[in-house]
Design a protein around this ligand. Structure first.
Ligand code: ADP
Ligand code: MG
Length: 695
């Protein structure tokens, strides 16, 4: 058995490896780049590249690839051998600083949302020294940013890095006012809990909806669902446990600190949580985790499903984005301390988050808007599409007494007694859990729970970092102008809580009453993605990203276009999959079964003419009616789908939402009705019951 300490990060060109292999000056200069975002010196790139190559080759790599995050939502890579011909049919293994720093790839096959039309098809990948290179499957992976010929970001990493700079600058400005002269960098950190489903690979392949769309588009509920709550935290099936073990090992080798694993609420659903780290690395790690999860499953005869709502009527999969701010010395700026009511620095940072979430609730919602996540949000087991903040009882009391101007008291630590004298006293947490809140303070961090399981978490963090940077900057500007004093601080904190108290909510976010109340409070509620996307380029949002240099208006417009385009494509594929399954699988199978029943009725009647055959006759009749209804629903969907063809992406996205989706729903209902009446052996695809309880 390998020791974790030995395998951890063994495939990573980590700081330790750098220290070991780079000349001291080069190492120091690189570290300065990583820690302080200083531009890399071209001279040292060659040295770093050489060391990287040697290390990679020693670890069995033959190729290198710039690894980037285009706007497709998944990662991209193009592998080149380290090979360089030297004449006489000979070659050497080579890798230069130039190859490390910059790659060129044809951007025309990646979404650019119009940025490409006005510029060139050329795209460049640029080394991100702040994310570690690593080895997978014989290739050295170099994390890179991806941009157009003129420098517009065509990826998610570039704006993320820019947003990290923005929040660093803003937070430092506040810390300096509080007299902090030592902190040199403030870093947003993230821990992303990843939910996923594991099902039998054969079942996955046997259903084209799962195969093409990652979610079932048909399927009557199984006799048993998740009502017994016996899966959550239940013991792990052997196969799953073996898979999780190998997954951990593989992730550890890649330096990903996978820590917690357990069963989730729905049958076949699980979760993995890593230990939090710097945001850009957490993003890379989460993308890698998803990839490793997917690739490893077939080895165990399983398929890993990361989409947001694979099965109707069962819990969907999300990604809890735990977010906080820490200094380079490791101090968490959201740690309330023993007396939060007197901790003005904490209260000011808290106020910044509350203001940011309220002012940019639309952007936060947009950052989680995908066709897949629409099926999950508001589904009664996931947050609704309304953003609100949950603080927990103690903090809520403090914030409200500040708002009301009444005396503020810090709560004493409470202990729970379990009534057993031999058991230790357990200290109560200051926040209870409110699982229904989309944005919850959980002790020393905020947990944003709306992000979908298959999404890149970068976007949500770009919004969070920039919005909070903006609030902190407003505070800094004001404090610098009116003077830093206890009284002025108190005034800003109280005013901010008062102005943004509408975003605070402690009740049940899943309830119908909340939706009404939220509307009365003027909170935005974009139920579907197209409604959300339409607001991405609202003036205040363009101003926000522009002010902090996170995204230009052109970059935002291109993303807006890509959002609509992606939504349209997903819906289009779903509709086509439904049409195909209906006409080629369901109708023929049910018709065959009806034929068999009819034959049997005929045969038996010829032997026993007076026999009562009500069961068969009744089923034949009901299925025949359903077959006709299915065919009618099929034609309706086909017509609706054809009407979408000529529309532009934005128009088509809205059209799919309002006109095609209801037709898809109608077709599903009638097919599901047929399913429960059709003999098991004639139903052409594995059912919910088959799939979710098999492993
Ligand atoms: P739960 O499921 O109860 O929310 P988990 O332990 O599964 O808790 O996940 C909590 C996540 O939050 C982990 O990924 C953890 O590393 C992360 N986390 C803890 N502290 C911080 C912090 N200060 N900043 C960001 N993430 C954090
Ligand atoms: Mg959580």
């Amino acid at each position: 058995m390998e020791k974790i300490s030995e395998i951890f990060a063994s495939q990573v060109f980590s700081e330790d490896v750098m220290r070991e292999r780079l000349p001291k000056e080069v190492y120091k200069s690189l570290l300065n780049t990583i820690a302080n975002g200083k531009e890399i010196d071209a001279g040292i790139a060659d040295v770093v590249a050489g060391a990287m190559k040697d290390w990679a080759i020693e670890h069995g790599a033959t190729h290198f690839t710039h690894w980037f995050q285009p706007l497709t939502g998944v990662t991209a890579e193009k592998h080149d051998a380290f090979l360089s011909p030297v004449g006489h049919g000979k070659a050497i293994m080579e890798f230069s600083g130039k190859e490390l720093i910059k790659g060129e790839s044809d951007a025309s096959s990646f979404p650019s949302g119009g940025l490409r039309a006005t510029f060139e098809a050329r795209g460049y990948t640029a080394w991100d020294p702040a994310s570690y290179a690593f080895i997978r499957d014989g290739s050295l992976y170099i994390p890179t940013a991806f941009c157009s010929y003129t420098g517009e970001a065509l990826d998610t990493k570039t704006p993320l890095l820019r947003s990290m700079d923005a929040i660093n600058n803003a937070a430092l400005r506040i810390l300096r006012l509080f007299g902090d002269g030592v902190t040199s960098r403030v870093i947003p950190s993230v821990g992303a809990e990843q939910e996923y489903f594991l099902i039998d690979e054969e079942d996955f392949k046997a259903r084209r909806d799962l195969f093409y769309c990652g979610r079932t588009l048909f399927g009557a509920p199984a006799v048993k669902g998740q009502e017994m709550d016996d899966h959550y935290f239940g013991s792990l099936p052997t196969k799953v446990s073996a898979y999780m073990h190998e997954l951990d090992l593989e992730l550890w080798r890649l330096g990903i600190s996978a820590k917690t694993k357990h069963n989730e609420a729905a049958p076949s659903q699980h979760e993995l949580a890593p230990i939090f780290c710097t945001t850009n690395i957490a993003v890379d790690n989460n993308l890698l985790t998803m990839e490793v999860m997917r690739k490893l499953a077939p080895k165990y005869g399983m398929a890993c499903i990361l989409s947001e709502k694979p099965f109707e009527g069962m819990s969907g999969s999300g990604k809890h984005n735990n977010w906080s701010l820490g200094t380079d010395a490791g101090v968490n700026l959201f740690k309330p301390g023993k007396a939060p009511a007197d901790n003005k620095q904490f209260l000011l940072f808290l106020a910044a988050v509350i203001k940011a979430v309220d002012e940019y609730q639309d952007l936060l919602r947009i950052s989680t808007a995908t066709a897949g996540n629409d099926c999950r949000l508001g589904g009664g087991e996931a947050p609704p599409s309304i953003i609100s903040v949950y603080l927990g009882d103690d903090l809520d009391a403090i914030v409200h007494s500040i708002i009301e101007g009444s005396a503020v008291a810090n709560k004493k630590k409470k202990y729970m007694s379990l009534g057993v004298s031999s058991m230790p006293k357990v200290r109560q947490d200051t926040t209870d859990r409110n699982r229904t809140s989309p944005f919850a303070f959980t002790g020393n961090k905020f947990e944003f729970r709306m992000v979908g399981a298959s999404q890149n978490i970068a976007f949500a963090n770009i919004v969070l970092n920039t919005a909070v940077a903006s609030a902190l900057t407003d505070f800094a500007v004001e404090l610098e102008s009116v003077g830093f004093s206890e009284g002025n601080l108190d005034a800003i904190i109280a005013r901010t809580f008062r102005e943004h108290k509408r975003i605070l909510f402690s009740g049940n976010s899943y309830s119908k009453e909340w939706e009404k109340e939220a509307q009365a409070r003027g909170l935005s509620n974009f139920k579907t993605s197209p409604e959300a996307y339409a607001h991405f380029t609202d003036e205040k949002n363009v101003e926000l990203f522009g002010k902090f240099g996170v995204m230009s208006e052109a970059e935002m417009r291109s993303r807006r276009e890509i959002f609509f385009g992606n939504y349209r494509k997903v819906k289009n594929i779903e509709a086509k999959t439904m049409l195909e399954m209906t006409i080629r699988d369901f109708i023929p199978s049910v018709s065959k079964y009806v034929g068999v029943l009819s034959e049997s009725v005929g045969a038996r009647l010829s032997v026993l003419p007076s026999l009562e055959l009500s069961a068969e006759k009744d089923i034949i009749e009901r299925l025949s009616v359903l077959l006709s209804r299915t065919y009618a629903a099929y034609n309706e969907l086909l017509r609706a789908e054809n009407n979408a063809v000529k529309k532009c992406d934005e128009e088509a996205a809205f059209y799919y939402k309002t006109s095609v989706a209801p037709k898809m729903e109608a077709l599903r209902r009638v097919v599901d009705e047929m399913e429960v009446l059709t003999a098991r052996e004639y139903w052409p695809v594995p059912t919910y019951g088959d799939i979710t309880f098999k492993i």
